[in-house]
Design a protein around this ligand. Sequence first.
Ligand code: ADP
Ligand code: MG
Length: 672
Amino acid sequence: MDIKKVKGVGDALAQKFAKLKIHTVQDLVDNVPRRYDDYSEVICVSQIRPGPVTIKVTLSAVKSRYSRKGLHITEATASDDSGSVKLVWFNQPYRANALKPEEEYFVSGEFASSYKFFAITNPACELVSSFPVNTARLVPIYRLTKGLGHAQVRRVVKNALEYYNPEETLPEWLLNQQKLIPKGQALLEMHFPSSNQALAEAKRRLGFEEVFELTLASELNRQEFKDKHALEIPFKQKLIKDFVSNLPFELTDDQRRVAWEVFQDMEEGTPMNRLVEGDVGSGKTVVAVLAALGAISSGFQVAFMAPTELLANQHATSIYKLLESINYHQDILLLTGSMNASQKQNALQKIKSGDAKLVIGTHAVFQEKVKFNKLGLLIVDEQHRFGVEQRKKLQSKAKQMPHVLNMTATPIPRSLALTLYGEMDVSIISKLPKGRKQVKTALEIPENRQKLYKKISSEIDAGRQVFVVCPQIEEGDNARLSAVKTHEQLTKTWLKGYEVGLLHGQMKSENKDKIMQQFLEKKLDVLVSTTVIEVGVDVPNASVMIIEGADKFGLAQLHQLRGRVGRGSDEAYCYLVLSDNDEPTRRLKVLEHESNGFRLAEYDLELRGPGAIYGTMQHGELDLRVAKLTDVELIKSARLSAQEFARRGENLLKYSELNRRVSTLRTINNLN
Ligand code: ADP
Ligand code: MG
């Protein structure tokens, strides 16, 4: 239902909400507060101390005036039995008329010294007889956009909730079994909690529901997938053995195990849908090549997708080398957006005829005109960067479902992976190949930055390249955290005379590739960027990384970032610069000695909860709002409940709202 149906929402307001991706009443209600300000304790005027306060008062002496500087000022005296206090509003000319002297009000705001006298400045003020949303409660704080204020959003949400009566989504037996409160009550308490206890209950209820729906959607997709036919790809023992013995290195135990799991999946007549999770540098590519070799040697085509052109190029080169040893390299074809028309035409022809066996490319492979002859396996590198629509398109290119192998360097602890990647089987490569050097990691306080960059310049003189990573693109309250500002600072002063490039997510993808290419070709000494460099590009000569505002990131994410350096023969260094000069947190110190991404992720999970982990993933459409805040135990029990629901063979059509939500999730599931 359109948000304009809500009382008080016209075109102008609807447009502002649209900026927050809130279009319907449902969106509005699903948009849970980011946090709450606690104004729940109502005190007597005589008890007021500086700080946030709430009082229950009548108002008198309401008057407006202009200050000498032209500021509009409204003042009033607020009184209860114990005494009175001054209220002041700046530049709110509508205030004076809105206040009625004979009525009783809740007033919430900051009591502080202002213009030489103590007063509550710009307080919220609501009739005691109303349902207060800005005062005398845990007050919700929402995401805002320009021209949209807190009070306005709260009023609209309140109006929406009054009018919108949500259908129950969970079956009654489940509510009873899990002791969960009903949906309507949970939503009301989530937005306007009556107490901290009630808020916790609401979060539990809604977080459970989210995970339940997500898991149920995965379960149903999984069941459906099981009924689909895939091409059986036999395991060719001799060929694989030959290939492995010709590799320039010994496979690790983890690589062998995961490859074996993949081979077993592909032998089945049901389509594989497997995710290989492994740290940067853990050697996922060779596992994928093993799978690809299995498929092409049996006469199937393989599509190998990379998120960027650069990465596709790198893969093509390294896979060519790997397959050369057993003479399978002629079957490789690279398909990227930057090929010219006749190259493309030629490539498309080869894909269609089946001459091209292993097609490595970017999203160019998803285009309508790309027709495979006999697609047996789809490999998706850095799977979280791909949209589900794209994958669906590719699957529809095959007459039968191809097997799908996804790879990601994002370490998700198993307990969460089961929920988030519910539809996929997960294989984990947890150990790096032997002999890998650890990236030497050290924490730095901002005070030492100039020294640090000075040290860096001598590293550059010695022929090294440097990554500088910032948590945001533009300037916030702290200029150092902005990639744009840091780039400016380095080029103008600290690294003047060196070639410093800038890379961030708001740049066009051709430009991003161009900058990355320049860095790769050593035309740039330093690359300042946001986290866009996470994706697995290999720059062997870059051996130093500086991460600004390191405390803004999760451990797993920092670990992923530093995985960009240390890919060559040089000793690699990572400097984590804190956002202030305080003592470094214990959390970050762990990075100085721990080098296993999964252990770091587990640590994050324990310390900061699931939110820290979700934060490292790009989940696109699937936006877990409440579950981020909930604990792992709850997530587990919701998952088990969904499995029970599916096992019971419950008819989903009996629960219309649940059915609607789960159906939507089924189309965007898997976070891919
Ligand atoms: P990622 O898992 O990040 O995709 P890659 O597959 O790119 O890692 O592998 C990183 C590097 O490690 C490559 O140069 C690859 O040749 C090498 N490598 C892979 N497996 C092994 C191994 N078992 N022993 C030594 N080096 C390996
Ligand atoms: Mg990789």
